[in-house]
Design a protein around this ligand. Structure first.
Ligand code: SF4
Ligand code: MG
Length: 331
């Protein structure tokens, strides 16, 4: 759970309930090595906040994060740094994440040094730099190593950002909308690179996107967020082919043909309607003001996760109450 305080505007007095942004509430997820998990939702649904929490850029308001069973701890100690190097974040904007006055060599050398992986001498450092560029398919490395960020294309810059994350020798890669700012024609190449790295380095990848069709293409598991809560999860094929939650259905209805989305660059449309304010989120199911199936209790009581017949598939929606497993769902 992550709540942010709201800054008061001028002299306006805020009531107690209007002082908090409920950015992420009761979200729970597991990442596994060698698997891609997609976190899907509209902008403002809290998915980037989840990534930043996992990378320990913010403290949690409530809850816990574990890596291989070990709880995260805030601070600056050695264990905190070791934990952080295992969990690396790639940002949406490769233009902003690289410093324009420094070469690729500078960025990657610095990352290797921070994580104690620069090697014993110049030759070893050079070898490690070349290995990183080769891993992200920037070959031959000599062509890229002394370039400045502006001399590279957006896709090449995102590859450098990925190489910089790999310099830490991570187990977990959090990729926050890694291709949404790139030209449509090069998105597939960057996604395929991430899929390839997941396989070769057995990375756990969290792929954050507003585009549910690309989740089906790229992720093993798909989780859907709405207004700071997780509303559905399961195998990507199941979630995208047999969506259960009315919000997931709405997202899919506004997605272009999932088989064509990446090839022809048709964009995901924003679904009709507006997500609610996270300062005063609706009571009960946060989707109820937009939901065509809303019932009385949806307005008052938060729906728990109900298990669905397909293995690992669940939805947080009262429509699935009364199923045998649903009766055991916890609030
Ligand atoms: Fe709609 Fe109710 Fe399900 Fe929420 S819990 S998605 S309002 S039916
Ligand atoms: Mg975001």
């Amino acid at each position: 759970t992550k709540h942010f305080p709201v800054k008061r505007k001028g002299r306006e007095l805020l009531t107690r309930s209007a002082r908090t942004v409920h950015a992420v509430d009761d979200v729970s997820l597991e990442l596994h090595r060698g698997r891609v998990t997609a976190l899907v939702g509209e902008s403002g649904s809290g998915k980037s906040t989840v990534a930043r929490l996992l990378a320990q850029l913010y403290p949690l308001t409530a809850g816990e994060i574990r890596y291989a069973g070990e709880p995260s701890r805030a601070g600056r100690g050695r264990r905190f740094r070791a934990w952080c190097s295992k969990v690396q974040l790639i940002f949406q904007d490769p233009f902003a994440s690289l410093n324009p006055v420094h070469t690729i060599r500078y960025h990657l050398t610095r990352a290797l040094r921070i994580h104690g992986r620069a090697g014993r001498d110049r030759a070893e450092l050079e070898q490690n730099l070349h290995a990183l560029l080769t891993q992200v398919q920037l070959t031959p490395p000599e062509r890229y190593i002394d370039a400045f960020p502006h001399e590279l294309s957006g896709g090449q810059r995102q590859r450098v950002a990925i190489a910089r994350a790999l310099a830490a020798d991570p187990a977990v890669l959090l990729a926050d909308e890694p291709v949404s700012m790139l030209d449509v024609s090069i998105r597939l190449g960057v996604l395929n690179l991430l899929a390839d790295l997941r396989e070769r380095l057995r990375l756990a990848v969290l792929y954050i996107t507003h585009d549910i069709a690309s989740a089906r293409y790229f992720a093993d598991t798909t989780l859907v967020m709405y207004a700071g809560r997780m509303v559905e999860g399961g195998d990507s094929e199941t979630v995208t082919q047999q969506p259960a939650h009315p919000y997931t259905r709405l997202l899919i209805a506004s997605a272009p043909d999932p088989d064509r989305v990446i090839a022809d660059g048709t964009e995901q449309q924003a679904p009709p309607g507006e997500p609610p304010s996270l300062i005063t989120p609706p009571a009960g199911c946060r989707f109820h003001p937009r939901c065509p199936s809303a019932m009385e209790r949806c307005r008052t009581t938060v729906p728990p996760r109900f298990d669905l017949p397909e293995d690992g598939h669940w939805a947080a929606c009262w429509l699935y109450d009364g199923t045998e497993s649903g009766a055991e769902g916890q609030a």
